[in-house]
Design a protein around this ligand. Sequence first.
Ligand code: SF4
Length: 217
Amino acid sequence: MTERIEKLFKNLQKNKMNPIFAETRQDALKIVEEMLFDGCVITWGGSMSVIECGIDKLLQDKKYCFMNRNRQGITPDEQQECFRASIGADFFFCSANAITENGELLNVDGLANRVSSIAFGPKRIVMIVGKNKIVPDLKEAFLRVKKVAAPKNCVRLGIDNPCAKLGHCVSLLNNPNPDFADGCQKDTRICCDYLISALQRQKGRITVILVNEDLGY
Ligand code: SF4
């Protein structure tokens, strides 16, 4: 473990989160498998990092009750049901858009279905975070969303927002330090709701599996 990751782990513990180190994505998969129990209710945030570790496939095992928002053929109504079921779930799996060396997690959504689950509801939040998402502070975390996470997710999801073409938020064209509400005005905007998870009241509710590889965006 590098000095930087050690510092991050100390700060996550200080913030009452539960950090776990995984050298590889295969290790992360094993760690998750050991956490789950038969019949547990699971929801997730549709994360690339989770997919890249093969965790979404594990969750589909019949011994778990996986409310899969990305299931093939799911209707918009059924997807809404998955979002709402999150509140009573045993586990919610996602990644983070950025994680600071101070042990803060930044997540940004267009519809707030993921940030609402992280903030309240599921008994346990399990975040799978690649080392590429570590940033020095919240300012860099915000810029990571505007320069990396949002543009790449727009491309992945086929959303025609300006950042998909530019490779960064349109707000950065004239201003290196945009505000939260700056950027495009489109109905398909994906960075609307910002959640910073800092010092928690519920000790250990949030687990961060830090994978020593680059994962997701
Ligand atoms: S405000 Fe619009 S252009 Fe800027 S990052 Fe968000 S979705 Fe992309």
